[in-house]
Design a protein around this ligand. Structure first.
Ligand SMILES: [Cu+2]
Length: 226
């Protein structure tokens, strides 16, 4: 190999190394695409509640991260579940939430997350039965939580039996094992508020808090209150 060939190889290897470093720094710093906004304000009559239906899936099955856990939102116009988890909502309005929970669960690291908090009546229903606390050391544990920290909302989403064949391709249909959780909360005044899951459900990431837990539109999104 001539000197210029060797030099060429070194330069190429150097550029590849720089490229890899830039790529990993960039992917570490980029929180991901925020996802689209689902509009619940158009045609909303003042004083009427808003119905928000979501599903939580153990693996989304499509997109750049098909193995990641995710929320999906039911588009109020088309009735289809879509991967857009930022919601435009009217201010000072009751939101009736229905969660179709398709993921398995486990004991919570923090039992506080087993408490239903900040909802109307500090209560929720699990498959039709009211509950205000779920002991995640029993049954199938808790899969995810739904929380809006700014207004103190936190609801444990009880897991399904992990030994069953679970839905691995969103949107999931109700023929798959699931739990139905309902609760209501009141939106605050106009502003942007984040919602998120607090269960470290990012399997395979540091302490479970990376990947879908730290990427917008998987285990979190925003309420754009108007
Ligand atoms: Cu989660």
């Amino acid at each position: 190999m001539s000197v210029s060939q060797r030099l060429g190889t070194v330069v190429v290897l150097f550029l590849v190394a720089v490229g890899l470093i830039l790529w990993s720094v960039n992917s570490f710093l980029t929180p991901g695409t925020p996802g689209g906004v689902v509009n619940f304000t158009s045609g909303h009559a003042s004083g009427q509640p808003v119905n928000l239906t979501v599903q939580t899936v153990g693996s989304i099955g499509f997109g750049p991260h098909p193995t990641w856990v995710s929320y999906m939102t039911k588009d109020p116009t088309t009735g289809k579940f879509i991967h857009d988890n930022t919601w435009q909502l009217p201010a000072h309005t009751v939101v009736n939430v229905t969660v179709y929970q398709y993921d398995s669960g486990s004991p919570l690291r923090n039992q506080e997350w087993g408490q239903v908090q900040g909802t109307i009546g500090n209560t929720a229903t699990l498959n039709g039965k009211p509950y205000s606390f779920y002991n995640s050391n029993t049954g199938n544990g808790v899969g995810h939580t739904f929380a809006i920290p700014a207004i103190g909302v936190s609801v444990p989403l009880v897991g399904v039996n992990g030994s069953l064949t679970l839905c691995g391709q969103a949107p999931c249909g109700t023929n798959n094992p699931h739990n139905v959780i309902t609760f209501s909360f009141r939106t605050p005044g106009p502003g942007s508020y984040n919602w998120q899951c607090f269960v470290p459900c990012g399997l395979g990431y540091l302490y479970g808090n990376g990947g879908p837990m730290s990427t917008q539109n998987y285990m979190g999104g925003f309420l754009e209150v108007r």
